[in-house]
Design a binder for this molecule. Structure first.
Ligand SMILES: CSC[C@@H](O)[C@@H](O)C(=O)COP(=O)(O)O
Length: 341
């Protein structure tokens, strides 16, 4: 099951697939400095929680290769590039630990490659565990883009769909547009099309209507940060999907690697929620869609309470009806013990 690789590290060079131009054009950014990586993350050329962690890890390698004294400055710059996905901070922390131990650029580079490779392996495992929860001929709804583009490859929520499709278990994937960046319409549609997976795009606002009229087995989404009690921050609109799903008896699955869990946040209220410029709502590709002078509120993530989540799938196992105790137990075990709790 090969999939597009949005982050390519080869011969010490970093190339990022610029997701802003998809699906119309496949353009690559070549980054040689941490500043460029931080800007690519901030401007969403590279996006998705695991992918920005991986890109930031390579950004640190670029920084110390130029100047071994630059680690702390590059760390701070990269850490500030987006606030919600904890994978970013997790990857940077892992790199910092290694740097404190060795101060050796080659070792730092090897750690970044390990972070990248591990994410792909974890996604493949998440794919298997999540697909096993789906019925035959499953009809699912997903939000945003959680595929190969958002990760080290394969994907989390979309990775589950990809794995289930390879097992001939998917009848239909509905996916939202995901306004205002249209990650669903542009990126998820692109990935689903490449795999030949039967899919239909819906407007974000059509989800409750869809659930009322058609059988949907699962809503499957990714996560940017999962608090200790299972509350989950993900792309804006996830919370509304979960409320609609509960009302219609549709189950909700959150898929994320263990790097997305943040036990320092006791609950979702402690997760920082990114707000982006009003112009992302008032304009579309430079054209005004709201009257001049309109103000807008543009939070780009929301928090779904754990009580609305039926299953959390990570590479270490599956948690049904998540609670703080179940989460702590799962994260305390290693991946070889993966099971259902
Ligand atoms: C595997 S990606 C998980 C999440 O990062 C994804 O669902 C999401 O919300 C992405 O938001 P984005 O703003 O496109 O980075």
């Amino acid at each position: 099951m090969s999939s597009v690789q949005p982050i390519v590290w080869k011969d010490g060079r970093l190339r990022l697939l610029d997701q802003r131009s998809l699906p119309h054009a496949v353009c690559w950014l070549e980054c040689t400095r941490a500043e460029e990586v931080a800007e690519a993350i901030h401007a969403m050329a590279v996006r998705g929680a695991p992918a920005i962690g991986i890109a930031a890890a390579y950004g640190l390698v670029l920084a110390v290769r130029r100047d071994p004294e630059a680690f702390d400055r590059a760390y701070a710059l990269l850490a500030a590039s987006r606030p919600t996905a904890v994978n970013l901070r997790w990857a940077l922390e892992r790199m910092r630990k290694l740097w404190q131990q060795t101060q050796h650029v080659a070792h730092l580079e090897a750690e970044a490659v390990r972070i990248h490779d591990e994410d792909l392996a974890q996604n493949l495992r998440i794919g298997e565990l999540g697909a096993a929860l789906l019925p035959e001929q499953a009809r699912v709804l997903t939000h945003c883009n959680t595929g190969a583009l958002a990760t080290g490859g394969h994907g989390t929520a979309l990775g589950i769909i990809r794995t289930a499709h390879a097992q001939s278990r998917i009848a239909m994937v509905y996916h939202t547009e995901t306004r205002p960046w249209l990650q669903g319409a542009r990126l998820t549609a692109w990935e689903l099309q490449q795999e030949g997976i039967a899919s239909r795009l819906i407007a974000d606002g059509a989800a409750a209507h869809l659930m009322a009229r058609e059988k949907i087995d699962w809503v499957i989404v990714g996560a940017d940060r999962i608090a200790a009690n299972g509350d989950t921050a993900n792309k804006i609109g996830t919370y509304a999907l979960a409320i609609a799903a509960r009302h219609h008896g549709v189950r909700v699955m959150v898929a994320a690697p263990s790097s997305t869990f943040d036990l320092r946040c006791a609950s979702g209220s402690e997760i920082p929620i990114e707000e982006r410029p009003a112009s992302e709502l008032t304009e579309f590709r430079g054209l005004a869609v709201a009257p001049a002078g309109s103000s807008a509120f543009n939070p780009v993530f929301d928090v779904t309470p754990a009580t609305l989540i039926d299953a959390i799938v990570c590479e270490r196992g599956v948690i049904l009806a998540p609670t703080a105790d179940k989460l702590a137990r799962l994260l305390a075990q290693d991946a070889t013990q993966a099971g259902v709790s």
